[in-house]
Design a protein around this ligand. Sequence first.
Ligand SMILES: [Ca+2]
Length: 162
Amino acid sequence: MQQFAQLPALKRAAVTIIAHLTSESNTALQRRTFRELDTAASGEVSQERMENFLTETMGLRLPEDWSDVLSAIRSRDGNVTYLQFLAATIPRTIYKNDESLCRMAFRLIDTKKDGRITAEELQEVFISGGISTPEVIINEVAADGAGYVDYEGFRAMMLNDD
Ligand SMILES: [Ca+2]
């Protein structure tokens, strides 16, 4: 989860899409963990519940940048949904080893189907997520001054471990 918060925003968005697309057999452990967390079966868990689970049940120490981690995965009301949890905990090998998932995610964001993801498209696709700085997000990944991310750049971003 700590690593998830440090990913470029475009990659976090792509991983969230991939978490949606990947088969359930790939995410059985995550599903089980979330079910343990979500005792009310409401599909989301509170920040407090998440913290208690990690520290008391799992015996972990919260990372120093825990507030960054949380702001990367929680929704506006402060809760963490299953999809957000899944995106933050999905093993990288799932999309590293299965390029078709990367292609699907790229195509979903490239709404004009011209092989380039632009700030405008990012805004369109994630309008509900309230992306306020699509240009910044694109330029974080795009080649200098290009203003878009092509599939090659997208794939490289997904394979990059930073
Ligand atoms: Ca496009």
